[in-house]
Design a protein around this ligand. Sequence first.
Ligand SMILES: [Zn+2]
Length: 394
Amino acid sequence: MATAYERELARLVPEVIAETVRVTEIPAPTSRERRRARYVHSRFEQIGGWDGLSIDGIGNVVAVRRGQPGKARVLVAAHLDTVFPDAETPVTRSRGRLHGRGVGDNSAGVAALLGVAQAVQSRAPRGVGDLLLAANVGEEGLGDLRGIRRIMRDHAGDFDAMIALEAHSLNRVQGGGVGSIRYEVSVRTEGGHSWGAYGRPNAISLLARAITALESVAPAVGVAPKATINAGVIRGGRSVNTIAPDASFELDMRSEDPATLDRLHHDAKRAMRRSLDGAGGGTGGGEVRLKLRRIGLRPAARMPQDHPLIGAMLSARRGLGLPRPTLGVGSTDANAPMATGMPATCIGVTTGGEAHAEREWIRTAPFRRGVPYVGRAIVAAARLPRTAVRQRRV
Ligand SMILES: [Zn+2]
């Protein structure tokens, strides 16, 4: 039998859809989320009853509701920012769909967060731990998860698990984070005139050797766990008749498995260094060295499939007529806590398409199940014993 809290979630479905439209129509490009943040803050104020409600210096809004000691303290975060430039975004409705830039990524996520906020405050589900409900900045692109990272610093020690809301993900539960390591790899040599100084080492030729050497360590396609390596950008040289004194390239390595990424990263470094063994001969070239400068690091993480947090997400779907979700790796705000060993996942409220495109759209019918699902999932996580969540680090 549905609880008062669950009946309230069901009642709020049309309100969450209307809220999705209002949120979408307030522009919020990454780093300029202020207006949308102020709006969400005012909605939390209207709901009221918080033990803490704040908006920090970069625009993260966090509402805190104290719960029962001994139960899991859960941070729920929906990102405010969109990949689109600052402009008004009208939402249009047609045949059971909402169309608008950012409508599903992530306005409906923010709207679902506000719906859950309303339901927990008005119907106080029993036996739940602290809830920290956050609408955060800086998830997309160059935001590099700065919003969630700031919340993790400011609220360090205040929560045991994290759930990200990404509206399109109704039938996906995130079980891991793709890790990446990025380097700028460079070679410097003395250089000189291509005729007069002929014989000196050429930085471009040496760098080419190093790049070619990576072929020997490149992971095979289609192998699990997936790992990838990519030379994405290359620079160097002066002119066609100059022995190149410098050359560099940008290297990106990724995997869903931390040990695989670690191995790939070490193999790649060794292969590149070996490719230059003995380089430098000729006339006074001396020892030639590769320089590696790290320009990105996002650790890979994987949740055990039987982790109680994942179990709570799956149990919340029962009886709602939702299909079995896919459990895969992703790149969301959940990656940041996961990378520190904290249990985290990402769930959603509806389905749609064309995220990050002008033609983005979502379906309205799935909200009928999606809103109760998200609300039940959050409460199910916050009902787990704190010890059960904390003992199972990622
Ligand atoms: Zn998103």
